[in-house]
Design a protein around this ligand. Structure first.
Ligand code: ATP
Ligand code: MG
Length: 601
């Protein structure tokens, strides 16, 4: 491609709308253009990158025996009602764009495709003989994200590879899951990314396992905890660890103490000169279940620990049956306004005890009249502890479970693991923290969707059995931008060779120099013919401008037919290192071939 004929517009300044380096660079270098919130045009250079990433993904998927297909993006609401996700996705979480067609039929724009694929399996897979089966597609997904940001990282329209596998049993699912873990590692390695596979939360679906593939970068929205021995890595949402030991309590007898202005653990511990490990703190949450019932949840946890909302959400989902519900729609810390809706009187916030009375709740059809009381494991073994007194300005010390306070019946593990904690597999290892961008997620689904949608096959024994399923996603557009986030310098993007839009760019320093143009044209034709994807910067611009642009757009090799032409050579500059080589014109092709092969192997 000739730059003179291309839609090629680069910006000198960082666009104001962009916060992280990769977003700024992709905008400045003319790869993408914002059309609306979370909506981007992939311009010609970007589209080439995306096609390369897709091709790597496709090759790795095909190698596992998975088959590519393409499913409709417009999905009938009925399918989502069958799985029970329509209301959650269109209203509660609101992530799905929905619409009504001219026949008054409701439809959604696909954020994901479990429903569609399960319907297909239900219709077409009749017998165990057809299993296992794995279908995947690469296509645009739509999600009405609350906070679209960082360009392609969190868009409302983005490209995903999503795959779904069907099995007769868990063992077969586990095999495909392992194959996918390998395929995902291969994809990311081949795309030139530094990444880590981490244990991930499998959420309300339960299932037996899930892993995320994290590209390590400061701009990552996720926190990863890992040990240096390489034995453990997990998303903080899921991570487990050993809490520090509690210090023995200095309070031998139970009494109520005046503790003015101590509504935080910090202030309380300073005032009482005690350790936060001797305190039971009681944290209030508000859960709304999918039948509209609000439940006030009181979590008692050791004072030095924090509640992990993802773990808490999973516990509350397990308890949904107690409230005739299936799922939790919202989980929040109720602010003053939320409290006004159900509080019968003002709560002793900051001073609540594990037994705070239920009559603080004005129960109704919509609001459960009793607190759901949960105790985290870290608080269960404490003795002579400090906790609230249910009266502002006062705490109690020297308290014990089942003496002054009944131990809540439901014991849960909802503490947040954090950096510095000891690892469970080996207490000598401590957890370290890193930021990660989630580019892939593989998931053992089990029978959640097949059961909900009545998708069964006939087993060898002649029984109707629900499919055991797995699902596997890669954010193709997010992956492409992550590569930039990991690889740039002050001059611009440094694409990994495997996914660069072009391998080489010939920058003609002076287009009125006949010899320069002649050599450039010859190389341009030759290189492209031999499969080295090459751009020709034949614009009527100063050499400096051309070099700057070539650096900004990040093409791995820049070829300059300049001063060394006299010696029958051109200059070839490596983008990543700025290293310059003088190479005989006749050897440019073979040299680049070798370099490219070495870089993508
Ligand atoms: P996140 O936690 O970042 O919202 P997710 O858990 O919703 O991701 P999945 O539903 O597992 O993501 O989707 C599979 C992959 O699609 C993700 O690993 C990610 O790479 C990509 N992805 C998800 N949401 C977006 C988005 N809004 N924009 C770009 N890529 C996305
Ligand atoms: Mg998401």
């Amino acid at each position: 491609m000739r730059l003179s004929q291309m839609l090629f517009v680069t910006l000198r300044e960082d666009p104001a709308e962009a916060e992280i380096p990769s977003h700024k660079l992709l905008l400045r270098a003319g790869y993408i253009r914002r059309i609306g919130s979370g909506l981007y045009a992939y311009l010609p250079l970007m589209w080439r990158v995306l096609k390369k990433v897709s091709q790597i993904v496709r090759e790795e998927m095909d190698a596992t025996g998975a088959q590519e297909c393409l499913l409709p993006q417009l999905q009938p609401a009925d399918l989502w009602r069958e799985s029970g996700r329509w209301d959650t996705y269109t209203q509660a979480e609101g992530i799905m764009f929905s619409m009504t067609d001219r026949q008054q039929r409701e439809l959604g724009l696909g954020p994901t495709h479990e429903e569609v694929i399960t319907t297909i399996a239900k219709d077409m897979i009749r017998s165990y003989r057809q299993l296992p089966l794995h279908l995947y597609q690469i296509q645009t997904k739509f999600r009405d994200e609350i906070r679209p940001r960082f360009g392609l990282m969190r868009g409302r329209e983005f490209i995903m590879k999503d795959g779904y596998s069907f099995h007769t049993n868990e063992e077969s699912l586990k095999k495909t899951y392992q194959d996918m873990a390998q395929a995902y590692s291969n994809m990311l390695r081949r795309s030139g990314l530094q990444f880590r596979a981490v244990d991930a939360d499998s959420g309300a679906i339960g299932g037996s396992g899930s892993q995320e593939f994290m590209v390590l970068a400061e701009a990552g929205e996720d926190e990863v905890l890992y040990t240096e021995d390489g034995q453990y890595a997990a998303n903080v949402e899921k991570a487990v660890s050993m809490p520090a030991d509690a210090e023995p309590s200095p309070f031998a007898t139970f009494e109520k103490r005046e503790t003015p202005g101590t509504e935080t653990i910090d202030k309380l511990c300073k005032f009482l000169k005690c350790s936060p490990t001797q305190v039971v703190k009681n944290v209030l949450y508000q859960a709304v279940y999918d039948n509209g019932i609000t439940v006030l949840v009181l979590v008692s946890i050791r004072g030095d620990q924090d509640v992990n909302q993802v773990k808490l959400l999973n516990e509350l989902t397990k308890l949904a049956g107690n409230y005739q519900a299936k799922n939790v729609l919202f989980l929040t810390v109720p602010d003053a306004e939320a409290q006004r809706k159900w509080a019968a009187k003002s709560l002793p916030l900051g001073y609540m005890a594990p037994d705070v009375a239920d009559d603080y709740i004005a129960g109704s059809k919509q609001v459960n009249s009793k607190f759901l009381r949960l105790v985290d494991r870290t608080a269960v073994d404490l003795t002579n502890f400090v906790t609230g007194s249910n009266e502002s300005g006062y705490h109690v010390v020297g308290a014990n479970w089942n003496k002054e306070f009944p131990l809540p019946a439901t014991v849960v593990g909802v503490r947040t693991a954090k950096k510095g904690d000891r690892a469970v597999h080996n207490p000598e290892q401590t957890l370290h923290s890193a930021r990660g961008i989630e580019v892939g997620h593989i998931f053992q689904l089990g029978t959640k969707y097949s059961q909900a949608m009545g998708a069964t096959y006939t087993s060898e024994q002649g029984e109707e059995m629900p499919f055991v399923m797995g699902c596997y996603g890669v954010g193709v557009s997010r992956l492409a931008q992550s590569a930039v986030e990991q690889s740039y310098d002050k001059d611009g993007i440094i694409w990994p060779v495997a996914i660069a839009p072009y391998h080489a760019i010939i920058s003609i320093p002076n287009i009125s120099d006949g010899q320069q143009v002649e050599v450039a044209e010859k190389l341009y034709a030759e290189l492209n013919q031999s499969g080295i994807e090459t751009l020709l910067d034949d614009r009527d611009e100063r050499a400096g401008v051309k070099f700057k642009d070539a650096d900004l757009i990040g093409i791995p090799y820049r070829i300059v037919p300049g001063r060394s032409l006299k010696a029958g050579k051109v200059e070839v500059v490596e983008r990543a290192t700025h290293k310059s080589h003088e190479i005989l014109i006749d050897e440019v092709n073979s040299t680049l071939k070798q370099w490219i092969e070495a870089a993508v192997s």
